[in-house]
Design a protein around this ligand. Structure first.
Ligand SMILES: Nc1ncnc2c1ncn2[C@@H]1O[C@H](COP(=O)(O)OP(=O)(O)OP(=O)(O)O)[C@@H](O)[C@H]1O
Ligand SMILES: [Mg+2]
Length: 512
């Protein structure tokens, strides 16, 4: 096997903080290398250096046997290195082929022929199992297809090494299967892949070797076949991790906390429109909402938390009608939200950790008095939260835009869970978290329900839903199924309902 990439003793400092400390990785031709590590371990930083977005403080990069000076993504692309970012960089109003053509080299752009671009896109798509229609508009495509466009874009430019930073977080199981097929086709033609994921079973399934990082340093590099997921978890976190938290009992006998009656909400997309939805969640109950993304889950959550207008119908919280109330008023009534989009909705990117922590408590005299922030109290609270939730940062006073993805998620979780909510509305709460952090957050969610909170948990991880929920409803086309409880609560029934089966088709005996 020939070595394609070698990163040697890469160090990256942000001020006094060392994000990468003499890190070494190698990638062979046609291999998939998984990069593993806790939140904040330095994975994205290392990849940003390879792609020319950051400059290493010291260290060397060798590509195809030659020393490479990668000053910018343009250099990286010229060398044959491509990156698919977690937040896609496509222009929604443009067509697929236009997005692929965007940013191609000047001389090519002058003579760019639509037909030729489309032809080449179709050739790439055919070869690597990508379902691409060059004339489709980006905003009409599912997230999985948009990711495929990103991959085509990279391959179109002749990349031989593909960097995928947490590519599966936003995919459905079927889309993930398609992505893995594509990756296997790529490696057959000698293309290499660096694959970042927190999902250890995926790493086991798709990678040839694994490099584990911990706090910016190499821990080890191993052949994937020779290591178990438990061992990988231990290497990352430095201790044994429960890969699945056991929920004991359930206390869903209390009074109703959230009641939705005949709820009508207009959707972002046609399928997601909600018409006449009824739902009740009681004190101490964790209700899971399963379903393929885009079937109305976001609309439901936004309507409950005051972020999207309710067309018709009622929202009651603890018996009080709060249908058209603003988010601030809902917060006062004990509603907490862990939103889907941690950057745009969950945080203010230019604020530091402290300011983000008091976003929902700016009226609390403990932290704000006469319009002034009481910094001493705030810093004390922040110190505690950072310790408890193990939030890792490079500079305390820097904007949270500089936090790693998982650490930003932990900050939002800390703020919302520590508010002792009556109703906790959580959407994909553990997306992007490492296995140790997931274990901790699952415990915290169970604790919240133990102390009486009602929890509405939307997640694309069925294992998470099954592990935490007392009852589960499935959303499909803007409607919800009857709730699955006890014996009827299993993967098979959830899967059927997700595919569009009606509750009565599952058999009445199976539904509680
Ligand atoms: N531009 C920046 N300025 C300051 N600090 C930064 C910057 N980029 C990253 N960091 C810090 O470097 C550390 C490593 O971050 P990085 O994003 O590489 O982590 P990661 O391994 O990708 O974690 P995650 O799994 O959460 O995505 C973090 O503590 C982060 O706050
Ligand atoms: Mg990252």
């Amino acid at each position: 096997m020939t070595e394609m990439l070698k990163m040697v003793d890469i160090t990256k400092k942000f001020g006094d903080f060392t994000a990468n400390d003499k890190v070494n990785i190698t990638v062979q031709e046609g291999e998939i290398l998984a990069l593993l590590g806790e939140n904040g371990a330095g994975k994205s930083t290392l990849m940003n250096i390879l792609y020319g977005l950051y400059k290493a403080t010291s260290g060397e990069i060798w590509f195809n046997g030659q020393k490479a000076d990668i000053e910018s993504p343009v250099n990286a692309i010229e060398l044959g290195i491509g990156m698919v970012h977690q937040h896609f960089m496509l222009i929604p109003a443009f067509k697929v082929w236009e997005n692929v053509a965007l940013g191609l080299e000047d001389e090519q752009r002058y003579f760019l022929k639509e037909d030729q671009v489309k032809k080449k896109i179709l050739e790439i798509a055919l070869r690597y199992n990508l379902q691409i229609d060059p004339d489709a508009k980006i905003d009409s495509l599912s997230v999985g297809l948009q990711q495929q466009v990103e991959i085509v874009k990279v391959l179109y430019r002749g990349s031989r090494l593909l960097i995928l930073d947490e590519p599966t977080g936003v995919l459905t199981p079927i889309e993930k299967g398609e992505l893995f097929k594509t990756l296997r086709e790529l490696t057959k033609s000698g293309i290499s892949v660096i694959f970042i994921s927190h999902k250890l079973d995926e790493v086991k399934e798709i990678s040839d070797r694994v490099t584990v990082l911990c706090r910016g340093r190499n821990v080890s590099t191993l052949d994937t076949a020779h290591v178990t997921t438990q061992e990988l978890a231990r290497m990352m976190v430095g201790r044994d991790v429960l890969l699945c938290v056991e929920k004991i009992g359930g206390h869903a006998a209390g009074e109703a906390v959230l009641e939705l009656r005949n709820l009508h909400v207009k959707g972002k997309r046609r399928v997601a429109t909600i018409e006449g939805l009824d739902l009740t969640i009681r004190r101490g109950e964790i209700m899971g909402v399963a379903g393929v993304d885009g079937n109305g889950q976001s609309e439901l959550i936004e309507a409950i938390t005051g972020l999207r207008p309710v067309q018709k119908g009622h929202v009651f919280i603890c018996g009080k009608e709060l249908t058209h109330h603003k988010p601030a008023h809902l917060i006062k009534n004990g509603v907490a939200l862990i939103p889907e989009d941690r950057k745009k909705v969950g945080s203010v990117q230019t604020f530091d950790i402290e300011r983000n922590l008091i976003l929902r408590r700016s009226a609390d005299p403990e932290y704000c008095r006469h319009g002034f922030i009481r910094y001493k109290n705030l810093v004390r609270e922040a110190d505690m939260v950072i310790e408890e939730f193990d939030i890792r940062y490079s500079q305390r006073n820097a904007p949270v835009a500089f936090l790693s993805g998982g650490n930003l998620q932990k900050l939002i979780l800390a703020r919302e869970l520590n508010a002792n909510p009556t109703l906790l509305v959580a959407m994909h709460p553990t997306r992007g978290l490492d296995v140790g952090a997931i274990e901790f957050i699952h415990k915290k969610i169970i604790e919240a329900s133990d102390s009486g909170a009602a929890v509405l948990l939307v997640s694309s991880e069925l294992e998470e839903i099954l592990a935490l929920s007392d009852s589960v409803v499935v959303m499909h086309n803007g409607s919800i199924s009857e709730s699955l409880k006890g014996d009827s609560l299993n993967l098979e029934n959830i899967g059927m309902l997700m595919g569009g089966a009606k509750s009565d088709m599952i058999g009445e005996s199976k539904i509680a």
